[in-house]
Design a protein around this ligand. Sequence first.
Ligand code: NDP
Length: 284
Amino acid sequence: MEAKIIDGKLLAEDEKEQAAWQSEWLKARNVYPCLAVVLVGDNPASEVYVRGKIRDCTMCGIGSMNIRLPAETTQEELLAKVKELAANKAVHGILVQLPLPAHIDTKAIIDAIPPEKDVDGFSPVNIGRMQIGEPCFVPCTPAACIRMIEATGTEIAGKHAVVLGRSNIVGKPVAMLLVQKDATVTICHSKTRNLKEICASADILVVAVGRAGFVTGDMIKPGAVVIDVGINRGADGKLRGDVDFAAASQKASWITPVPGGVGLMTRATLLRNTLEAARRTVKE
Ligand code: NDP
């Protein structure tokens, strides 16, 4: 049977509707939610992402600051900008678009974002809090993956979840969130042996490898829920996921498309985190 599609567009629209309501709620309490997005240089993909984030904010009544800095910006200049935003009470969330130019120490910049404004959830404090299950800003893509699994009505507890990829921004946090939801989790990476067999035993398979069509139909357990995080641009300019969608659709029960899947929900989750940052400043 053909898999059902986990529709990122539909879920993101729903999320945005809720964000618009929340934004009104905050404004009625004199809190005007605002996200500052900092883009250094002119990476075309980053420009597209930033434009999308700003547009989402506008649609949901969230204010935004679109800060563009030239590629030659020094580490000190960028740090000074982040500190200025950190001190600005009108700014609730700070997002520094990655990747940064090679001469800038990304870690030092992320570390300079105060945890309460780190809506991307990349700072060590937020990552640590997530590990121990304390309230925090969960990184947007991992949070989106969980929401998409839950949207299928699938019970995560007790399931075997396999996460393909162990990056700090996707693989590791997704795995941690799945453990917190009581899944039994296996993390696979480039040194994993018997990768195909492990994937084929997954009730829930989250793929974040960065290789188009890496997961083939024989790596999918019949009835599995498949979340494809990968975004790969082919020579034809088209976006493809890490999963061979056509083949996987014949085996999975649910699957996310690319485009139209995790990417859209990731953006919507950023709105949620920004609004949560603003909500924390409401004087009860
Ligand atoms: P990274 O390159 O940081 O990590 C890739 C992971 O895949 C690594 O852990 C690597 O293993 C593993 N890997 C690579 N090749 C193989 C292989 N042959 N066999 C097994 N494992 C392998 O990527 P990211 O996590 O940042 O991103 C992954 C994908 O998700 C990309 O396509 C990216 O564009 C996309 N993405 C999408 C987002 C969205 O909003 N939808 C957000 C963020 C990313 P090892 O650690 O051993 O090197």
